[in-house]
Design a protein around this ligand. Structure first.
Ligand code: SF4
Length: 316
């Protein structure tokens, strides 16, 4: 598999670019995800011309209008940062990024809940978005973006990585030359993944794909992509997984005896009740897919959305 291309805040890779000359090396980002990812890193503060070390900065102002100022000397660095952002965003457009991991709490890179301090003192409100992060999120509204802190939550981590791998498949599809046929095959392979994230999108996208010939291909591609990423950002809950797993069980009506079916149904129920991880019923289903050569299910991304070594389905 080609490595997936991810953008990342430089300090998370261990680069000593922070205001105090330090870093924020993240072992999971570097060592675990790094096995599958090639990183394109940016440090907005350093690359827009600020030295290392430098005076620390904060967002200052109100919830609706804030600027990035140095803490003690109160120099406004917002325009310097924004002038650097504009060409960087254009550069990012030329790359087939599959996602972006931002450093939390930073006035430049923080994706959410960054502190905004009132100009004349008082308690900070955790409602800000870093200056670079805001430009990135505005320019790439469908790109999977997360902060390293949120990635410690197993549910958020799985959702982010799943979107990253969907994006990787989508980018590969574009690179290989998109046709109506290849898009329909892409949709077919992702059907159960979509159902796990959003049954409503699954239904609507089925209708959309049935009408593919009614649209110019470029227009259809954009419509489909918007639906695809909007579906995947919704969390795949235990109930939705249960629904998908029971649908998949239906493919083995003839092959499995009553005991085998009941065993799988029991495991699915135990997963739904939070007693065992998702990987348990998935492993048994994958076993039956291989044993009975169930080609349609073998092709379903849902059964292998990301490398098992990432252990993203191992939590109950
Ligand atoms: S949070 Fe962003 S701006 Fe700050 S050191 Fe890390 S990469 Fe640079």
């Amino acid at each position: 598999m080609d490595k997936i291309l991810l953008g990342v805040s430089s300090c998370l890779l261990g680069k000593q670019v922070r205001f105090d000359g330090g870093h924020k090396h993240d072992a999971w980002v570097v060592d675990t995800l790094g096995t599958y990812a090639e990183y394109f890193d940016l440090c907005p503060e350093h690359q827009c011309g600020m030295p290392i070390p430098r005076e620390a900065m904060n967002l200052k102002g109100t919830k609706d209008e804030y600027r990035m100022l140095t803490n003690k000397t109160l120099v406004d660095k917002t325009d310097q940062m924004l002038s650097w952002c504009a060409p960087r965003i254009e550069e990012l457009r030329t790359k087939a990024l599959c996602g972006y991991i931002l450093k939390s709490k930073s006035p430049s890179c923080g994706m959410e809940r960054v502190k905004i301090y009132p100009l004349h003192g008082g308690a900070a409100a955790k409602t800000g978005v870093g200056i670079f992060a805001k430009e990135l999120l505005t320019a790439f509204p469908l790109l999977p973006v997360e902060e390293e802190g949120r990635l410690h939550d197993p549910v958020l981590r799985e959702n982010f990585i799943e979107r990253v791998f969907v994006m990787h498949s989508w980018n590969t599809l574009q690179k290989e030359g998109l046709t109506a046929g290849s898009l329909v095959r892409f949709h077919t392979r992702h059907k159960y993944l979509l159902m796990a994230h959003s049954p409503a999108h699954y239904r609507d996208m089925g209708k959309l794909v049935a009408d593919i010939r009614k649209y110019p291909l470029d227009e259809f591609r954009d419509l489909y992509f918007e639906q695809l990423m909007s579906a995947c950002i919704r969390h795949a809950t235990p109930s939705k997984h249960q629904n998908v797993l029971l649908h998949m069980l239906g493919y083995f009506k003839k092959e499995l005896d009553t005991f085998e079916k009941q065993e799988l149904i029991r495991l699915i129920a135990q997963y739904k009740d939070g007693l065992i991880p998702l990987i348990v019923p998935i492993t048994l289903l994958n076993h039956y897919v291989r044993k009975y050569n169930q080609e349609y299910l073998a092709d379903q991304v849902y059964l292998h959305p990301h490398p098992v070594e990432l252990k993203l389905r191992n939590h109950a």
